[in-house]
Design a protein around this ligand. Structure first.
Ligand SMILES: Cc1cc2nc3c(=O)[nH]c(=O)nc-3n(C[C@H](O)[C@H](O)[C@H](O)COP(=O)(O)O)c2cc1C
Length: 266
């Protein structure tokens, strides 16, 4: 299998860097092809701006969606963006390694998404607007996994913890960014208390991470509901009979044992 490791930390001794190193070692050891995007080492341009569109569709007004679609369709993207898309499209699995900064990914990684997730590929797939999203699209068939170094203690991220549950905080990444263009997203791997981890803590985290890597192609993905699987008849809102009475983020994840309505012909 081909695996893309994307990581966002400039310090080699950081938890993030150490876990990325383990990923490379373990996955290569299993015979996989491992490709890396070490964003700080690459000097990745984080800001999405007019420099991303050397040949503009419209010189009067900068519309990011229009220019992204135009550049993607006409071979007008910058070389760094093209290279990352090539790596992504070749990957069977993508692992994002990052420290939790303000309950999200560092700006350099957000900028990697902003610039690489082109219109026509990651959204507006095949020029069909939102016809293909959430479970299908340009990155369908790939697995994705977040490996996050979290400064705070696990209790702060527990079901009633003060920060909110980590998997809910990361929903815009797992659901909105990775599942949107079609990836199957595995439950997040987190190392809590990462800011002050001692050798023993790092050894425990490393062992747990090795276990997750061993099961990369076996673990069940988060049961996000696909747009076109029948739960969203108008492609916008859950049908009344699906997760009745439930609202908010959790309603978009099928519960274990939930009876799935099968579409005629499936
Ligand atoms: C800009 C910044 C924002 C941070 N935001 C959070 C946060 O939202 N929640 C948290 O638990 N820790 C936060 N931290 C602490 C980091 O998550 C912590 O330093 C990191 O996980 C340590 O891992 P590393 O060795 O990979 O850097 C933040 C740190 C920085 C520098």
């Amino acid at each position: 299998m081909n695996i893309l490791l994307v990581h966002a930390h400039p310090e080699r001794t950081s938890v993030t860097h150490q876990l990325a190193g383990i990923s490379s070692e373990v996955l290569k050891g299993q015979g996989h092809e491992v490709v890396q995007s070490d964003l700080y080492a690459m000097g990745w341009k984080a800001v999405f701006d007019e420099q991303d569109f050397p040949s503009r569709a419209n010189r009067d007004r900068l519309s990011f969606i229009e220019e992204s679609g135009h550049a993607f369709a006409n071979g007008g993207q910058t070389a760094d963006v093209e290279e990352e898309q090539r790596k992504l499209l070749a990957a069977d699995a993508v692992i994002l390694h990052f420290p939790l900064w303000w309950f999200s990914m560092p700006a350099i990684m957000k900028g990697w998404v902003d610039r690489v997730w082109a219109y026509g590929l990651a959204y507006g797939y095949r020029g069909a607007g939102n016809a293909h999203r959430y479970g299908e699209g340009g990155f369908a068939g790939k697995r994705a996994l977040l490996a996050v170094a979290v400064g705070g203690p696990e209790i702060d991220y527990s079901p009633r913890g003060i920060n909110g549950p980590l998997e809910q905080l990361l929903f815009p990444i797992t659901h909105g960014t990775l599942f949107f263009p079609g990836m199957q997203v595995l439950p997040t791997f987190a190392v809590y208390g990462a800011a002050g981890l001692d050798d023993r803590g790092m050894a425990e985290a490393s062992a747990a991470w090795r276990g997750r890597l061993d099961r990369l192609f076996e673990d069940a993905p988060i049961a996000f509901r696909p747009q076109n699987g029948g739960d969203y008849p108008d492609r916008h809102v859950l049908a009344d009979h699906v997760a009745p009475g439930r609202t908010g983020l959790a309603a978009h994840i099928a519960e274990a044992g939930e009876s799935r309505r099968v579409r005629p012909g499936d």
